[in-house]
Design a protein around this ligand. Structure first.
Ligand code: ATP
Length: 392
């Protein structure tokens, strides 16, 4: 069976995705020490299902994931795919090309695929069992395993040879067959035991079966009577139903008539309600008007009281005025009397005044004559004085 190619990514020193194509005639991979040749055979062993990481020259499963270099960061997962030419159908699947893939993450989670479909590790072991390239086959032998095989115990070596000879598949099938025979024998024993128990139970069961037959005959009779009864009940029920239907039709008629009445009553009720609402509004308005009239009445009452009080005051004032009038009249009479006296006095005084005026006028003319005389005398004096001055 031809290995066609291998793809590696993140596996040990293969950080980048690397594809190795195995064309016909390739027999060796050469390279300097430490360049990664053994990592390729490790990858083959690993993808074929190697479980022991020490066989891949590691300590823990994480060691097979690219650990990084000074210039590159470590990878989070490693993945290897191995492609086989299955055109001869050496592998028990319908594909002409088979690819098995294994992937591992740093978390330890591991995945297997056959032709890109997830599968179990066991499926890969079964696929390659007895093909000569199984997990423990001699097809891939690492440097340090040559010594280990040569130094192994005879029975361990026998297992390796059996695998290489392709008989381990038949051995495991034989073991599986033997296991199934043992299991079947065990089941047979159990069936025998159960048959013994069942035979013991058979006698009472027979009696039970007879009782059951009698019961079934009676039961079918009962069912037939029950059928007749049910038919009778059905007819009664049909009669009742038709009666009920008539009642329903009559009730529907009554219901409709009542509905119409109810509608008419509802309409009348609505009208009455409208009237009541109108009357309520009128009543409220009347109440408001009555309140206004009451208020006005109260106001008029208080005005009337004020008026009465004022009238009483005016009456008192009137009486007082009458008294004052009488008093005034008395005073008027007295004044009139005094006025008569005054008129008389005035006439007397006027006469006296007239006499005084005449006396005054007379005095004035005397005075004017005297003044004239004085001025004549003054002129004569002035003349005398002037003559005296001339004489001197
Ligand atoms: P030799 O001829 O000595 O056997 P070789 O060519 O077979 O060497 P390998 O042993 O396959 O080489 O590869 C060793 C190289 O792989 C070393 O350089 C090592 O640093 C590198 N290597 C191994 N594991 C990892 C890892 N997890 N991450 C990065 N590099 C790794």
């Amino acid at each position: 069976m031809q290995v066609l190619k291998m793809e590696l990514q993140g596996f040990k020193s293969f950080a980048d995705r690397t594809t190795l194509t195995f064309a016909h005639g390739i027999t060796a991979i050469v390279g300097p020490n430490g360049s990664g040749k053994s990592n390729i055979s490790d990858a083959v062993r690993w993808v074929m299902g190697e479980q022991n990481v020490r066989h891949l020259r590691g300590q823990k499963s994480e060691d097979i994931i690219f650990a990084g270099t000074e210039k590159r960061r470590p990878q989070g997962a490693a993945e290897v795919s191995l492609y086989f030419d299955n055109s001869q159908h050496e592998l028990d699947v319908d594909f002409t090309e088979v690819v098995i893939t294994r992937r591992i993450f740093r978390s330890g989670e591991s995945e297997f695929f056959i032709n890109k479909r997830p599968c179990r590790l066991k499926d890969i072991h079964l696929l390659f069992a007895d093909t000569g390239i199984g997990q423990d086959s001699m097809a891939v032998i690492s440097q340090n395993r040559v010594d280990a095989i040569l130094n192994s115990k005879p029975e361990e070596r026998r297992l390796i040879f059996e695998e290489a000879a392709g008989i381990s598949r038949y051995k495991s099938r034989k073991q599986e067959g033997l296991r199934k025979i043992a299991e079947t024998e065990h089941n047979l024993e159990r069936i025998h035991d159960m048959m013994g128990v069942l035979e013991e139970q058979l006698v009472p069961l027979k009696a039970q079966a007879e009782r059951l037959t009698a019961f079934r005959a009676l039961d079918s009779e009962r069912i037939s009577y029950a059928g007749t009864l049910a038919l009778q009940e059905l007819r009664n029920a049909e009669r009742l139903l038709s009666k009920a239907e008539n009642n329903r039709i009559a009730a529907t008629g009554e219901y409709r008539a009542l509905s119409r009445q109810t509608e008419a009553t509802e309409a009348a009720k609505k009208e009455l309600l409208a009237v009541m609402e109108q009357e309520s509004a009128d009543l409220r308005r009347l109440d408001e008007e009555t309140l206004t009239v009451h208020n006005e009445l109260d106001s008029m009452k208080s005005r009337q009281e004020a008026f009465v009080t004022r009238q009483e005051e005016l009456l008192r004032s009137h009486v007082q005025l009458q008294e004052e009038e009488a008093e005034t009249k008395k005073k008027q009479a007295h004044i009139q009397a005094q006025q008569g006296q005054s008129v008389h006095d005035l006439a007397q005084r006027q006469a006296a005044c007239e006499a005084a005026r005449q006396g005054f006028n007379l005095t004035q003319s005397v005075l004017a004559k005297a003044e004239e005389k004085v001025s004549r005398m003054q002129a004569a004096l002035s003349q005398v004085q002037a003559e005296n001055t001339e004489k001197a």
